[in-house]
Design a protein around this ligand. Structure first.
Ligand code: BDR
Ligand code: CA
Length: 316
């Protein structure tokens, strides 16, 4: 099994990622840490604890992390994830509290305590991860890889060019990209494409098993556009695709490319600038080539393969 820690802002599709991680036999989910993003951090903690309880994983440690990005104010995504950040499904309050240490301390503890190097899966703004890397840089020696949902090669969502998680805390994303560990960018280009067909979503909603039923309700909150199946839109698994890529890396096609976050104020702030050129341009000819870390950028995804993997795992 792969030791995994998810850093999330649960979040409708973060919940789909948690349900998958808890149930996949190849994953040893060692901790979950929470950060402000889709909703405020206390809402994220509550949602995360509730989802883990429904999934039968009430013993996985949960850490409360940053209340806001490094520089920007917190800006929730209520219009996407509902007022409670979880599709306003009226879920029960959790029975337990988060860990008595903060997210960064919990991340450090669990990463260093793991007998095998950990795969870190951020599915949220990267504030906790940046704070971790700057506060406890020694953790990188026991990190196998960071597979993060964020960024976009082509079109953004928060702005025309910036994806929400990177846009919400661009400085934190810049810290991540220069962490010096192997990184996979599971960006919007693949994120949007993995959609569970409508009839399967309906079946999940009608399931007698609470985790599968929750998954069905959450997917119904994420209708795909355009509809994959006539009038029945189905639902995108979103962040869960990044966790699928951990257990089934062959399901995505990646290329090692230089990626840089645009930090300047203005219309490109938060854009992940991905260099897909095959030869140097005028900038390099005139100014010399800059040293830039390479990121394994997901350019394509085998949609059927990830839909099947996610469904087989969550629906049982
Ligand atoms: C990302 O932002 C959030 O709304 C989703 O949970 C996902 O992590 C997509 O831009
Ligand atoms: Ca998320």
């Amino acid at each position: 099994t792969v030791p995994v820690i998810i850093d999330c802002d649960t979040g409708v599709d973060d919940a789909l990622a948690l349900l998958f991680a808890v149930r996949h036999p190849g994953i040893d989910l060692r901790a979950v840490t929470c950060v402000a993003g889709n909703t405020d951090v206390d809402g994220v903690v509550r949602n995360t604890l509730t989802v883990l309880e429904i999934a039968g994983a009430g013993d996985v440690p949960v850490g409360r992390g940053a209340e806001r990005p490094l520089i920007e104010p917190a800006r929730s995504a209520r219009h996407v994830h509902g007022a409670d950040g979880m599709g306003d499904l009226g879920l029960p309050a959790p029975a337990r509290l988060p860990a008595d240490v903060d997210a960064v301390t919990l991340l450090r503890r669990e990463i260093l305590a793991s007998p095998r190097p950990v795969t870190l899966v951020p599915t949220a703004p990267l504030t906790n991860i940046a704070l971790l890397l700057r506060t406890h840089p020694e953790v990188t020696r026991n990190i196998e890889r960071i597979v993060f949902m964020g960024g976009a090669v082509a079109t953004g969502n928060a702005t025309p060019v910036a994806e929400f998680n990177v846009w919400h805390d661009p400085e934190a994303a810049a810290v991540l990209l220069t962490a010096g560990v192997p990184i996979t960018m599971y960006g919007l280009d693949v994120f949007e494409r993995v959609v569970v067909p409508g009839p399967r979503v309906r079946r999940l909603r009608e399931s007698a098993e609470p985790g599968a039923r929750l998954a069905g309700a959450l997917l119904s909150h994420r209708p795909a556009t355009p509809a994959a199946d006539g009038d029945d839109p189905g639902g995108g698994i979103g962040d869960a695709g990044a966790v699928c890529a951990v257990v089934d890396p062959a399901g995505i096609t990646t290329r090692a490319l230089p990626v840089e976050v645009s930090l300047a104020p203005g219309p490109a702030r938060g854009q992940t600038v991905v260099d897909r050129r095959s030869r140097p341009g005028e900038a390099e000819i005139h100014e010399g080539t800059r040293e830039q870390a390479l990121v394994d950028v997901a350019l394509d995804v085998d949609v059927d393969r990830f839909v099947r993997l996610w469904l087989d795992t969550v629906a049982g």
